[in-house]
Design a protein around this ligand. Structure first.
Ligand code: PEP
Ligand code: MG
Length: 571
């Protein structure tokens, strides 16, 4: 059986299905009637958890290393803590709580003690306690616990959806790829897959019903096709396809040290989008000429509490130093939408992508914002930093962000700290209101970076997470191209540069059009850089300008695709 979804990250993977299903654990306030039975259940759940943790520890040591295995040793120690057991027993005795409610109450009390400690290492122990507690509770309640830590062999993860923090937990050495029911090409799990260079297909709608744990699948991240329990002939056919893709990658690799220059000698910059300092390796391996978007929210999402100024400073500094003197655009926190922080109270919103996200939230949490800005300003001394504000909607938004940045700068200077003189400050253009008023914004900012992932969802009023409206992700539609032209022309009239950090920047049909429209910097998943350089090498600026003007006069997305294909036919 085969199935088609949205090709989200290229590459071909073969493997066993690991079905990731989050089961809800419902803890009631039902009183315990039979205490002996409750104690027995508790003891059994703890013993079962320990057995599992020993297996996970040994497997982790065998497959990864001793250090990673020791994490589970710490979990076993927590489980064996006599206080955890005796206090739970006491709660059952005195308050007649059921064992799940009693264990949850006691373990949460323990976790809170660590939560309140100042030391970052001790604080992290709180999440270890919660992890262990979840395992024990699952056994008490008879709920099957599925988590990524159980993966101890190469697998393809199949899930309803993966949140960005789920994706961040995937172990690249064992997860060969993932397939989800929901999501689009620009949902963050898809973006993360491209950063991690893991093949992925999203938006299949039914994969969770179509496969069982342990089935064999082929994941073709180039076409979006999933083959379930394929025949040997089909596996052989895909092996050939995978080999020819690997050969193509080797050809691209030869462009790694080259500059990005068109056939007529026009230079553009090809930069990478990253989510953490760890991604720098991918930028280097793929010949990136800088970082056009560092999504700092992953630093916040990977922590158990707001990252301190020092922790942020170290992360930003390492990226700036690692690439110096190449440019690094660091975007301030863009939380909200599909990105949540487990330690921040974020009220449920009906339309989170139109809601209280990014700078809107930072303005309300000014101290949190200022901590990030201070870390960025201090890091500016270590490389070529450009600070970028996300989700700016009005000039007043930009002024407010700038005011807080100025406050942070003044604070640092009064403390005797240095801030780079060459720092640039720009904005993302991802809201149509900004594109339409780009001439005014261009007078105030140092640069623009067009965020087409959001700009497209807002222009077509089509949620980027909803696969049912994914047909409205129309990057070549003349309506969008006209908005992009407004932005580029406005910036150039003021002598400012324009980049694009939405996924469109790495799209092979879009690249010729963007070159023709005059885009200066293209920022994309690192794995798209070399194929993009290969395309640009074969193009000439004036021909692409003619192509872009013709495209602007077309009437549909499809008409533009046809035009690009016809024009580049022979290339
Ligand atoms: C965008 O909106 O195009 C963008 C790059 O930002 P994000 O995908 O993080 O919303
Ligand atoms: Mg965006």
């Amino acid at each position: 059986m085969s199935l088609k979804g949205i090709a989200a990250s290229s590459g071909i993977a073969f493997g066993k299905v690991f079905k990731y299903e989050k089961k809800e654990m419902v803890i009631t306030d039902k009183k315990t009637e039979n205490k002996e039975e409750a104690f027995g259940l508790l003891k059994k759940a703890i013993a079962k958890s320990e057995q599992e943790l020993v297996i996970i520890r040994d497997e982790t040591i065998r497959r990864i290393d001793e250090d990673h295995g020791m994490i589970f040793n710490a979990h076993i120690q927590i489980l064996k803590d006599p206080e955890l057991y005796s206090q739970t027993v006491q709660k059952i005795e005195s308050e007649h709580l059921n064992p799940a409610a009693a264990f949850k109450a006691v373990s949460e009390q323990f976790a809170m003690i660590f939560d309140m400690m100042d030391d970052a290492y001790m604080k992290e122990r709180a999440s270890d306690i919660r992890d262990v507690s979840e395992r024990v509770l699952a056994h008490i309640l008879g709920v099957e616990l599925v988590d990524f830590k159980q993966i101890n062999e190469p697998v393809i993860v199949v899930a309803q959806d993966l949140t960005p923090s789920d994706t961040a937990q995937l172990d690249k050495d064992l997860v060969e790829g993932f397939i989800t029911n929901i999501g689009g090409r620009t949902s963050h799990s898809a973006i993360m897959a491209r950063t991690l260079e893991i093949p992925a297909i999203v938006g299949t709608k039914t994969i969770m019903d179509d496969v069982n744990h342990g089935d064999i699948v082929i994941l073709d991240g180039l076409s979006g096709i999933v083959e379930i329990n394929p025949s040997k002939d089909l596996i052989d056919e895909y092996k050939r396809k995978a080999k020819s893709y690997e050969d193509q990658k080797r050809t691209w690799a030869m462009l790694k040290e080259e500059a990005t220059v068109t056939a007529c000698g026009h230079h553009v910059e090809l930069a990478a989008n990253i989510g953490s300092p760890k991604d720098l390796e991918g930028v280097m391996n793929n010949g990136g000429e800088g970082v056009g978007l560092y999504r700092t929210e992953f630093l916040y999402m990977d922590s158990d509490d707001f990252p301190t100024e020092e922790k942020q400073f170290e992360a930003y500094k390492s990226v700036l130093e690692g690439l110096n003197p190449k440019p690094v655009v660091i975007r301030t926190l863009d939380i909200g939408g599909d990105k949540e922080l487990k330690y921040m109270d974020m009220p449920h919103e009906l339309n989170p992508f139109l809601g209280h996200r990014a700078v809107r939230l930072c303005f309300e949490k000014k101290e949190m914002f200022k901590t990030q800005l201070r870390a960025l300003l201090r890091a500016s001394n270590f490389g070529n930093l450009k600070i970028m504000f996300p989700m700016i909607a009005t000039l007043e938004d930009f002024r407010q962000a700038e005011r807080i940045l100025e406050e942070a700068k003044a604070e640092l200077i009064s403390e005797g700290q240095n801030v780079s003189e060459n720092l640039e400050v720009g904005i993302m253009v991802e809201i149509p209101a900004v594109a339409l008023l780009a001439d005014q914004f261009a007078k105030k900012v140092d640069f623009f970076s067009i965020g087409t992932n959001d700009l497209i969802q807002y222009t077509f009023a089509a949620d980027r997470m909803n696969e049912r409206v994914s047909y409205l992700y129309q990057p070549y539609n003349p309506s969008l191209l006209r908005l992009i032209k407004l932005v580029i022309d406005a910036a150039h009239s003021e002598g400012k540069w324009v980049g694009m950090c939405g996924e469109m920047a790495g799209d092979e049909i879009a690249i010729p059009l963007l070159l023709g429209l005059g885009l200066d910097e293209f920022s994309m998943s690192a794995s798209s850089i070399l194929p993009a350089r290969d395309i640009i090498k074969g193009l000439t600026k004036t021909e692409m300008e003619t192509l872009a003007s013709e495209a602007l006069m077309k009437d549909t997305n499809e008409a533009v695709i046809k035009l690009v294909k016809k024009t580049l036919g022979g290339k």
